[in-house]
Write a protein that binds this ligand. Structure first.
Ligand code: AR6
Length: 176
């Protein structure tokens, strides 16, 4: 499924984000940029040690912010590491932090002059964010960014499992 917002196409895809050929892919990292499980582990494994070397130099990333490193061996030239919130019931500012993780990743993409970016479902795994709510926030943040900014041609949400893909599709249909 895809939809156009000004100069930006926003689309959903199923699969493994490490195979994406967008200019940048986004990592769902932790504040220490220390690596972990889930998509973080998959990206470091596929991209090789140059990514962790840059993460160590950067040192960390607060929740809701984003930093950029090389893509190493990946087809994508860059990895944008963002940190989504750990879901703690919804009253700890999680929604604002999740939206910021998307918006700050997109701002970094545009600032670098990159034209395409792929996101995983940030916070929807180990960090436990309810997927319907996270999908709504993710897509709404990307649509708002696309309506206000012209630099990015493609924003792709790459969903790893069928359930997450289906929920993103339901939420996308409500927003388009
Ligand atoms: N491609 C696309 N999506 C993937 C892939 C992949 N190869 N692998 C997993 N996913 P998670 P979080 C999906 O847990 O919830 C790490 O340890 C996965 O199915 O990777 O933000 C970090 O270091 C889920 O839908 O990230 C942090 O400590 C989504 O990616 C913590 O986990 C996000 O799941 C971050 O937790």
């Amino acid at each position: 499924m895809k939809a156009q917002f000004n100069a930006t196409s926003i689309e959903l895809a199923a699969g493994d984000i490490t195979l994406e050929t967008t200019d940048a892919i986004v990592n769902a990292a932790n504040e220490h940029l220390a690596g972990g499980a889930g998509v973080d582990e998959a990206i470091h494994r596929a991209g090789g040690p140059a990514i962790m070397a840059e993460c160590r130099k950067i040192g960390g990333c607060p929740t809701g912010q984003a930093v950029i490193t090389t893509g190493g061996w990946l087809a994508a030239r860059y990895v944008i590491h963002t940190v989504g919130p750990i879901y703690q019931g919804g009253a700890k500012g999680e929604a604002g932090l999740l939206s910021s993780a998307y918006t700050n990743s997109l701002t970094l993409t545009a600032t670098k002059g990159l034209q395409s970016i792929a996101f995983p479902a940030i916070s929807c795994g180990i960090y436990g964010y309810p997927v319907h709510e996270a999908a709504h926030l993710a897509l709404a943040a990307c649509i708002e960014f696309a309506r206000k900014n012209n630099g990015i041609k493609l924003i792709r949400h790459v969903l790893f499992d069928q359930r997450t893909f289906n929920i993103f599709e339901q939420e996308f249909k409500k927003l388009v």
